[in-house]
Design a protein around this ligand. Structure first.
Ligand code: ADP
Length: 218
């Protein structure tokens, strides 16, 4: 089902969120208080509006409470980011996701009820470090402080082995969710499915177990 999103603040981060949501076929309302930013996003959004996120009346008249998600991507102006988030929660928006600039900003956002707080620079930094230090890690999604999903490159060591032979769950406590081979992806692998060299294994587990599998199993 199509979801309705609004993005407030069209800097680099807000613009990429907006364009990607629109590309994925969702309805996206793009909001910024600078006319130029709004003009630039027009071809990549369902609607684009010049408005200030801290203007309660403007938010109300846009019917903001009817959106499934509102993403607050106001960058350096922390005060505006906080006030916008506060207004959105007071107006009854169910899911408000906010980009935080630093730890103090995050703590205030938590207090006023932001549903999800993201740190794109830090997250990207962690991802890059994970990627750069391991030739086997293709991608990485952090689910919590302890659990992740990683995409690992299958090496010669596991080539030609079936999932039953690999026995990853018993030996390492992690689960192979899918196997990518070129453009194809097997999202429901069965125990007899074989792994080939250069397949990408999508694996979920505790970080320590994933690390063990990466170091010893592959
Ligand atoms: P990034 O690091 O993602 O590029 P920026 O700080 O450069 O972030 O961009 C933030 C955007 O948010 C800018 O386009 C700015 O005009 C917009 N913005 C800042 N304050 C408000 C506000 N109160 N209402 C709407 N948009 C705002």
């Amino acid at each position: 089902m199509k979801k309705q999103f609004a993005v407030i603040g069209l800097g680099r981060f807000g613009t990429s969120v907006c364009k990607e949501l629109y590309k994925l076929g969702h309805e996206v309302l793009a909001i910024d208080h600078q006319e130029e930013k709004v003009n630039d996003i027009t071809p990549y959004s369902t609607h684009s509006v010049i408005a200030n996120g801290t203007d309660e009346k403007a938010l109300q008249s846009l019917g903001i409470r009817n959106f499934d998600y509102v993403i607050v991507a106001i960058g350096d102006d922390i005060q505006s980011s906080i006030l916008t988030t506060l207004l959105l929660k007071e107006l009854g928006v169910k899911k408000v996701w906010v980009k935080a600039q630093n730890y103090y900003h995050q703590r205030v956002l938590e207090k006023i009820g932001a549903d999800r707080i993201v740190h794109p620079e830090q997250d990207m930094g962690i991802r890059l470090a994970q990627h750069i230090t391991s030739e086997k890690i293709i991608d990485y999604i952090e689910l919590s402080a302890d659990y992740s999903i990683v995409e690992l490159l299958a090496t010669e060591k596991v080539a030609g082995k079936s999932l039953v032979e690999l026995n990853v769950r018993a030996l390492y406590g992690c689960t192979i969710l899918g196997i990518k081979r070129g453009e194809e992806i097997n999202i429901a692998p069965v125990p007899t499915d074989q792994v080939e060299k250069d397949d990408v294994l999508i694996v979920i587990g505790h970080k320590n177990d994933l690390k063990r599998f990466e170091d010893e199993g592959l």
